[in-house]
Design a protein around this ligand. Structure first.
Ligand code: HSE
Length: 424
């Protein structure tokens, strides 16, 4: 039987999950995959983590050099996170000809090109299913499931932490900070929670996924990124009353006008297939020219779901005679002929405080008219001499809404308190 030795760098949430799956399923993989996968080494300085997982002392390495030159190690799993040390360690083991499996989306989004070049030079594999959308096999789907298609759009909830927070705030009225704390305790959040709540994590993932889906370079710096820290509980509640659910949405579209890639909070009608994706669950809704619509759904974060993706990559790597490389080069600059669309089309939710006086509403409506923005819904709540106005528009463009907001704020009529995109 084929024998494969694995080393795991980092036994935090994800590395620990992978360790557990590999040790608990060793016999299962012998019978179902005809491969004996043993964890030969781990690199983890935290004794508590080693003890919690029952890792035998004899497999604990002292440094990366021991792993890079260990002849019994064929595949190295990188679960350190961050990019500086992770990149250095990954390069070290690739130089040694060992294949790498990583869950590190920032590393893949920023350094894929360099890592792939090194991997090829040393005949090593480089696999990263676990870097995007936890246990959901989206990368394998893009490679092996829908490669016959021209993908025209991809829309998804691809960050478990923010989805957990927004679900808790929407369904249970939990405060933002309490919900974030829970997500951290459950092991969904990145070490630096800003990576999740400011949308960086989702932007890295969208850069990787859209580059694969559209077969071109889409640097993460091209992804419009807005997090959820500016979202008010009031807007979540008002949107909910109107039949919307707020999500941190990732959108990638390809058309004749160009490519649009964005991560931002957005309201979805509660009947939308992505609106009911709750808690740490993630989903990606793809549209291909042949397959039509396709939705993948599952846990986007956590130890065993992400460990599942890591171990699947290990089994895939173990089954290959030659490594398989992806078809994208995620460098810092896109191809010269790729045009990025920034003035994209969307509907909008707007909350305004207005003076409750005769004629105000018609003047506000005139400003919307001036920018060719058509109003779909309007709800006014009186509050002494002021009123809160919630407006949902028909589809318009980003530039039009920005101009209207600037005009409204410059007028005596209203103060725009919040603007959120509405996606149908
Ligand atoms: N922090 C990430 C998330 C983990 O919340 O989705 C999985 O990438």
């Amino acid at each position: 039987m084929k024998k494969i030795g694995v080393a795991i760098l980092g036994l935090g949430v994800v590395g620990g999950g992978a360790y557990r799956i590999l040790t608990e399923h060793r016999e299962f993989y012998k019978t179902t995959q005809a491969v004996d996968i043993s964890v030969e080494c781990v690199l983890e300085p935290n004794r508590a983590r080693l003890e919690a997982l029952g890792v035998p002392d004899e497999i604990v390495a002292n440094n990366i050099a021991e792993i890079a030159c260990d002849p019994d190690v064929n595949i190295v799993v990188e679960c350190i996170g961050g990019v500086d040390v992770a990149r250095e360690y990954v390069l070290d083991v690739l130089y040694g000809g060992k294949s790498v499996v990583t869950s590190n989306k920032e590393l893949i989004a920023k350094y894929y090109h360099e890592l792939e070049r090194t991997a090829k030079r040393h005949s090593a594999g480089l696999y990263f299913e676990a870097s995007c959308v936890g246990g959901v096999p989206i990368i394998r789907t893009l490679y092996d499931g829908v490669q016959s298609n021209k993908i025209t759009s991809m829309m998804g909830i691809i960050n478990g932490t923010t989805n957990y927070i927004l679900t808790k705030m929407t369904e249970e009225g939990t405060s933002y900070s309490a919900a974030l704390k829970e997500a951290q305790q459950l092991g969904y959040a990145e070490a630096d929670p800003d990576a999740d709540v400011e949308g960086y994590d989702a932007a890295y993932k969208l850069s990787v996924l859209s580059s694969l889906a559209f077969h071109t370079k889409i640097p993460y710096t091209k992804v419009l990124r807005e997090g959820i820290t500016g979202v008010c509980e009031e807007d979540i509640a008002r949107g909910k009353a109107l039949g919307y659910r707020l999500k941190l949405l990732a959108v990638a579209k390809q058309s004749e006008e160009g490519i649009e890639v964005r991560v931002h909070p957005a309201f979805l009608k509660k009947e939308h297939p992505l609106a009911s994706v709750a808690g740490s669950y993630n989903a990606v809704f793809l549209t291909g020219d042949s397959v039509g619509d396709l939705m993948l759904y599952g846990k986007g974060a956590g130890d065993l779901p992400t460990g599942s993706a890591i171990v699947s990559d290990i089994l895939y790597a173990a089954s290959r005679v030659e490594p398989r490389y992806s078809t994208f080069k995620n460098t810092a600059s896109p191809e010269k002929d790729v045009k990025f669309v920034t003035d994209f089309a969307s509907s909008y939710y707007m909350r305004l405080t207005v003076n409750d006086k005769t004629g105000v509403l018609s003047k506000i409506a005139a400003i919307f008219g001036k920018y060719n923005i058509s109003i779909l819904e309007l709800l006014q709540t009186p509050e002494s001499d002021k009123a809160t106005l919630v407006i949902v528009t028909h589809e318009t463009h980003e530039a039009a809404i920005k101009n209207a907001v600037a005009k409204l704020n410059a007028s005596e009529l209203a103060k725009v308190e919040a603007v959120l995109r509405v996606v149908s």
